[in-house]
Design a protein around this ligand. Structure first.
Ligand SMILES: [Zn+2]
Length: 285
């Protein structure tokens, strides 16, 4: 932990999300989507109900498959992590925020095409950007290629918030994640800007977020970088065991996915989700 803190402090590139994203966060609240529950004429009950019921596809094949239930929170003592355990060639790509629609779409397409495991930690404040990809992302979440972490709804610096506000910010994002991606984000919590202390960690732990997720490598793209700068940081930090931080906020990365993928292959790194790296699971939470 000490080492990781030192390394984070040592490199300007390793800063978390820029304050620029915070001001965007607070700009325009995204309206809640109205439920689409309007009954259609085709759904009207028919007088010949029995034959219709018998004709339901799969009716004889037992109960219809239902999404896995969301596990209850497991409150506990929080642990801060910033690197893979043990000697390993695994890396974790952890991509946050998502306030730029093109960058989020690019990451979604990259995940689909490359099959590379990624952990996204989106803010629900940007749900207008993320929700349109839910149908594509959900199957990838179900297979375990993708995982979703909790990065709060509004992306505020939690060191300046009340306990009640911190809890609400985490829980609102969790509700959205459950509804949108069909899984819990617990126990994974990434504090905005990496700003945390024992008190914030303790509040998160009480809500079941017992893994406080930091990082020890970064694409540095919380601010706008040139392609040369970003790929330079990728070369520097994509090393065995790295938890790599990136942001779906700036489009620089879109032209670099092939190079990043080649770098991972050349170095024989194994990208994995946090679940795979740390043995957590969506069934347990
Ligand atoms: Zn962030």
């Amino acid at each position: 932990m000490l080492l990781s803190l030192l390394s984070i402090g040592a490199a300007q590139a390793l800063v978390g999300c820029s304050t620029g994203s915070a001001s965007r966060d607070s700009a325009a609240p995204v309206p809640e989507t109205a439920p689409t529950a309007s009954p259609s004429p085709a759904a009207s009950p028919s007088p010949t109900a029995a034959p219709i019921a018998a004709a339901v596809p799969g009716a004889d094949a037992g109960p219809a498959p239902s999404p896995a239930p969301i596990p209850a929170p497991h409150p506990g003592r929080p642990v801060v992590v910033s690197h893979a355990p043990g000697r390993t060639r695994r890396i974790a790509l952890t991509i946050d925020d998502g306030y730029d629609a093109s960058t989020v779409a690019g990451y979604v397409a990259f995940a689909q095409r490359s099959k590379i495991p990624i952990t996204f930690s989106p803010n629900g404040a940007y749900r207008a950007v993320w929700d349109r990809h839910a149908e594509v992302l959900r199957p990838l979440v179900e297979t375990g290629q993708l995982q979703i972490g909790n990065h709060t709804w509004t992306h505020k610096n939690l060191l300046h918030e009340t306990d009640a506000a911190i809890r609400a910010d985490i829980e609102k994002n969790e509700q959205w994640i459950q509804q949108t991606f069909g899984i819990t984000s617990r126990p994974w919590f990434r504090p905005p800007y990496g700003a945390h202390n024992h008190h914030v960690d303790g509040l998160a732990g009480e809500l079941g977020y017992t893994r406080i997720l930091l990082w020890d490598g970064s694409f540095g793209d919380s601010t706008l970088l040139s392609p040369e700068q970003l790929i330079g940081l990728a070369r520097q930090y994509l090393q065995p065991g790295t938890i790599m931080l990136g942001h779906a906020n700036h489009q620089t990365v879109l032209g670099l996915f092939d190079q990043i993928e080649q770098l991972i292959e050349q170095r024989q790194l194994e990208p994995v989700t946090l679940d795979t790296m740390f043995g957590t699971s969506r069934a347990v939470g």
